[in-house]
Design a protein. Structure first.
Length: 366
């Protein structure tokens, strides 16, 4: 699978563009703020029905406009497919596959798998547990519709249960029977999510460790640990024991929405001891492992977006990454860079079919 053609209208700082891409390597050269990342974000949007950076669609509309349109022509399973999205301020966005509007956006997730490596990935290390849960959820949801459905149902029940706890506090009335309805939904969906997260992390670990070892030259040992209170006790018991605390705080204190992923370098959190280069290597290895996992699960090579990937890495680690992504196991790749000489060297080293684009003030040329 690969993206053949991308049309953009009023997306972030890109007023209008239409670009044809190489099925293998596509390089985007430009100064900081020129629009390189915005183009990659448009590609991301067509796979995930949302921006990688902005949760609110209105924030992705170009300044001075009141709508944006994205359209991609893909080659998938030897057939051409057209994916398009239109959003106008104040209205519901329309997402189409071959001119047919999706009834549920979740039906689109996973059909055009994609992995993005971005400087903002540092939030996986430096940020809170919600960042790492979001990472796990985004990967599993791309290949497992049951997981995505359970996640949607769980979050809906969690919101309703929290609202009910607030209502109890406001009225001074407590209704165990009504609360138990949401407890049952949380337990059913939470256990599905918990078991699928265990399976995913266990399968991801050896692939991640192999990529990290290759990039670092085998100098360091890395470990991933899935953390959940469901490892310790069953969900129903935890909800029962937490009810007094829930009534005081007016929200649900236990469940898979509290899970975390420990990122360790040796026996210590990489957040505390990792250098900038080690942190970047960790994140790149994690995303490449995600790529490999999705490829095996879906049978399709995901599109790989590499945004400013080589910053903070020494030449040896950059060389290892180039060798990896040039291999046949990877499919279509998009790379951004600010240094033309550096970019040209990458292209020469990779020795594969490629296209080079220059971006300036949202204008794209090749």
């Amino acid at each position: 699978m690969y993206l053949k053609l991308l049309s953009i209208l009023n997306y972030k700082n890109i007023e209008q563009s239409e670009s044809q891409f190489s099925p293998k390597l596509n390089c985007f050269l430009g100064d900081n703020g020129a629009g390189k990342t915005n183009l990659l974000d448009a590609v991301y949007y067509l796979s995930f029905c949302k921006s990688f950076f902005n949760a609110i669609d209105f924030q992705s509309i170009r300044h001075g406009a009141d709508f944006f349109i994205l359209q991609g022509k893909y080659s998938r399973n030897e057939n051409d497919e057209i994916i398009s999205c239109g959003y106008k301020a104040g209205q519901q966005k329309q997402f189409k596959r071959n001119q047919k509007i999706y009834k549920r956006l979740s039906d689109h997730i996973g059909l055009f798998p994609l992995v993005m490596v971005s400087p903002s990935d540092s939030a996986l290390i430096q940020g809170g547990s919600d960042e790492r849960r979001r990472y796990i959820d985004s990967v599993i949801s791309q290949y497992d519709p049951v997981y995505l459905d359970s996640l949607i149902r769980y979050n809906k029940a969690l919101l309703q249960r929290n609202n009910l706890l607030k209502r109890f506090a406001e009225t001074g009335k407590f209704d165990t029977e009504t609360l138990s309805i949401y407890d049952e939904q949380l337990i059913i969906q939470g256990n599905i999510i918990f078991n699928k997260r265990i399976e995913f992390v266990n399968q991801l670990i050896p692939v991640f460790q192999d990529f990290y070892s290759t990039i670092s030259g085998g100098k360091e040992q890395v470990i991933l640990e899935y953390v959940s209170t469901l490892h310790v006790d069953d969900f129903r018991t935890q909800l029962e024991e937490s009810i007094d605390k829930d009534r005081i705080t007016q929200f649900t204190n236990v469940g898979i929405h509290k899970d975390d992923l420990n990122l360790l370098l040796g026996a210590h959190p990489i957040k505390k001891i990792g250098s900038q280069g080690q942190n970047k290597t960790y994140l790149v290895a994690l995303k490449l492992a995600q790529f490999e996992f999705l490829k095996q699960a879906s049978g399709i090579k995901p599109i790989l977006l590499l945004d400013d990937i080589f910053d903070k890495l020494d030449s040896n680690r950059v060389g290892k990454i180039i060798q990896l992504v040039a291999e046949d196991r990877f499919g279509q790749i998009f790379i951004t860079d600010t240094d033309r000489e550096h970019l040209q060297k990458l292209i020469t080293d990779m020795n594969i079919d490629h296209a080079v684009f220059t971006i300036s003030d949202g204008q794209i040329s090749n």
